[in-house]
Design a protein around this ligand. Structure first.
Ligand code: RRO
Length: 306
């Protein structure tokens, strides 16, 4: 069940998503030693950040709500960590964030001269007070991609927020095609949602008056539609990581039918721990076998219509 994202070869179809248990060296080492097909690192900024106030991550019955606020060690530390993790011979995927437009080319340039294999640029963090999600501002996204897409030879991808309107899909897809973008990762959490504790009469999380990104099972169908629509709009030249609510091999297979090249696991990794990669991968392989598919590519985008 090997697959490929941009020029990176993945030994399986299932890996971790940025943002869960991937901030510190020990956590990334555990991912390196697990069945995750790649090592995806936490989105990073020029300087280390401790993130938003707690409570900032709460599990919900079918997923989670969080407003982490980009806690990370700063990009220089992730460049050092990538050098340490290279020996595991697994694709290392950096995730780039920023607090200002200039941060992005600065960090991308540094990762271009590092041991990471792919560079995922996060245009969709919903949890920074006063900072809109870049990928919802088409002019800003276009300008930002222009500033980062030709700084070196390592493939650049972008982490997208969910879109809901077909005209918006078309707009961002046209922007992506006009730059040197090799893969997309969709979707980030659904931003600015609210979960309430009715006993306490408070939100479940503290930052942003309780507003946070929703993830897990609640967003699977939004994610599936985003993967399918982008696969149609972008064609087969651009790889797609599907992410959002994947909890089983069946979920992973649905993302394959929608057009994903590989999937990333976030919320379930937080809840179940490192074993989730092996479990989901085994379940996925058994579905592929039962259905007679010999490779990921054979089934990719194979959704049939009623
Ligand atoms: O750290 C976060 O609060 C965070 C980020 Br950077 C992101 O891209 N998506 C998300 O749900 N949380």
């Amino acid at each position: 069940m090997k697959t490929k994202v941009a020029n990176a070869e993945l030994n399986s179809y299932v890996c971790n998503a940025s943002g869960i248990k991937d901030v510190a060296y020990e956590e990334l080492k555990a991912i390196a030693e697990s069945n995750s097909a790649a090592i995806v690192m936490k989105s990073c900024t020029p300087e280390p950040r401790s993130g938003n106030e707690e409570p900032r991550y709460m599990r919900l019955p079918f997923g989670a709500i969080q407003s982490m606020g980009l806690p990370n060690l700063g990009y220089k530390e992730y460049i050092r960590i990538a050098a340490e993790l290279k020996k595991y011979r697994k694709p290392i995927i950096a995730s780039v964030a920023g607090l200002s437009p200039d941060d992005f080319p600065k960090i991308v340039r540094a990762f271009q001269n590092s041991d990471v294999n792919l560079i995922e640029v996060n245009l969709s963090c919903p949890n920074l007070e006063g900072k809109p999600q870049i990928a919802y501002d088409f002019n800003a996204a276009d300008e930002l991609l222009g500033s980062i897409s030709n700084l070196g030879y390592k493939p650049i991808g972008i982490k997208l927020p969910p879109y809901y309107d077909l005209a918006h899909f078309k707009k961002i897809a046209d922007i992506i095609k006009s730059h040197n973008i090799s893969f997309i990762t969709c979707i980030n959490s659904v931003g600015n949602t609210l979960a309430i504790d009715p006993e306490n009469e408070t939100p479940l999380i503290k930052p942003k008056s309780g507003l946070g990104g929703l993830s897990g099972g609640y967003i699977k169908n939004i994610a599936l539609a985003n993967v399918k629509i982008f696969r149609e709009l972008l064609g087969n030249r651009i790889s797609i990581f599907g992410v959002g609510g994947i909890n089983s091999g069946t979920d992973a297979f649905e993302f394959l039918l929608a057009g994903a090249d590989a999937v990333q696991i976030g919320t379930v990794f937080e809840k179940e721990g490192i074993h989730c990669f092996r479990r989901i991968n085994e379940e996925f392989e058994s579905i592929m076998k039962r259905k007679g598919y010999g490779s990921v590519l054979e089934a990719r985008g194979n959704l049939k219509y009623l």
